[in-house]
Design a protein around this ligand. Structure first.
Ligand code: PMV
Length: 321
């Protein structure tokens, strides 16, 4: 049985984080400059049915049967076996690695899950359609996030820019992939502060429960920005995303998910020539993003480094291939 390799990109949310949990639209794009990889190979010395899982990035080496059921890697593997109708897989080793920063708003958890689901299902000879891959990954996301919107598993599974709106289970989520006729560059600045999304999402829920009307208004404004941003991207006017990013960041500050470190990087980006900047993802730490032109990218990247960014990634949205 030949070894199978599957990869999945990272992602960033361009507009709409947090409000998306409450049914407002959001835009996310894949970041193929970082990725998760799953390699599944037959283990000739293993006992039938035995899956060995290796995840060196988190110092994990264990048999699937020995992992707790609520471990994300175990849950994803079990979901694939069930979906494939395989109860006794051929003995194999499942090796997971990733270059996506952890707990930084780049979808590392979802990317690892999607790569694992694709790799293991292909190894078993039951390639799953994208819709099912995304649905299984969503179930695993619940372990990471508590109440995920579904945007991470969606953008990472389809690996295309996505306009996403969470809707009731009877309606189904709105998932629209869309074209980027004029590509643009985004710098991703990592505060280096690990910030679990579930905590920020939980805090926003408490705040929303305490002040529902105020938070609903903030979420509405975020949703309008996401709609306007999609029009700007599809209309080939990416430069007008800059002011929209600035407005979205101000709303995220009001929602209560920014931090002094994120604000410092956002200000540094704007002052060094970015067209706009905002935090991206769960907030409190993790990443911020800045819209840059070719002429300003280097200067903004340098300024982010001088103002505390541990790592700066440049990604091109809408590039071919
Ligand atoms: O921190 P990330 O990139 O995993 O993104 C979280 C985005 C939220 O809107 C805050 C939560 C969600 O499930 O959509």
């Amino acid at each position: 049985m030949p070894a199978v390799t599957a990869i999945a990109p990272g992602k960033i949310i361009l507009f709409g984080e947090h409000a998306v949990v409450y049914g407002r639209p959001a835009i996310a794009v894949p970041v193929s400059d970082v990725r998760a990889r799953a390699v599944v190979s037959a283990d000739p010395r293993g006992a039938p049915g035995q899956i060995r899982i290796q995840a060196p990035d988190i110092q994990l080496e264990a048999f699937l049967a020995d992992l707790p059921c609520d471990h994300p890697l175990a849950k994803a593997s079990m979901a694939v076996l069930e979906a494939s109708g395989v109860s006794r897989p051929p003995a194999c080793t499942l090796r997971i690695t990733s270059t996506i920063p952890l707990a930084a708003g780049m979808g590392s958890g979802a990317a690892v899950t999607v790569a694992l689901i694709r790799g293991l299902s292909a190894f078993l000879g039951h390639r799953l359609p994208d819709e099912q891959v995304s649905a299984l990954a969503f179930e695993v996301e619940k372990l990471h996030h508590g109440t995920p919107s579904g945007i991470d598993n969606t953008v990472i599974t389809y690996a295309r820019p996505v306009y996403f709106q969470r809707r009731s289970s009877s309606e189904g989520n709105l998932i629209e992939t869309f074209q980027v006729p004029v590509p643009f560059s985004i710098l991703i600045g990592d505060t280096g502060i690990s910030s679990p999304t579930s905590i920020a999402v939980g805090d926003v829920r408490k705040a929303w429960q305490a002040e529902t009307e105020r938070y609903d208004r903030l979420f509405d404004q975020v949703g309008e920005i996401a709609q306007a941003a999609r029009q700007a991207i599809e209309g080939g006017e990416p430069a007008s995303l800059g002011p929209l990013m600035d407005q979205n960041h101000a709303l995220l500050q009001e929602i209560g998910v920014s931090s002094p470190e994120l604000d410092r990087l956002v200000t540094a980006a704007r002052e060094s020539g970015a067209l706009g900047a905002k935090l991206s993802g769960g907030g409190r730490g993790g990443n911020m993003i800045a819209l840059v032109s070719e002429g300003t990218a280097n200067e903004v990247a340098q300024s982010l480094g001088e103002n505390g960014a541990r790592r700066v990634i440049v990604t091109r949205v809408g590039k071919v291939g």
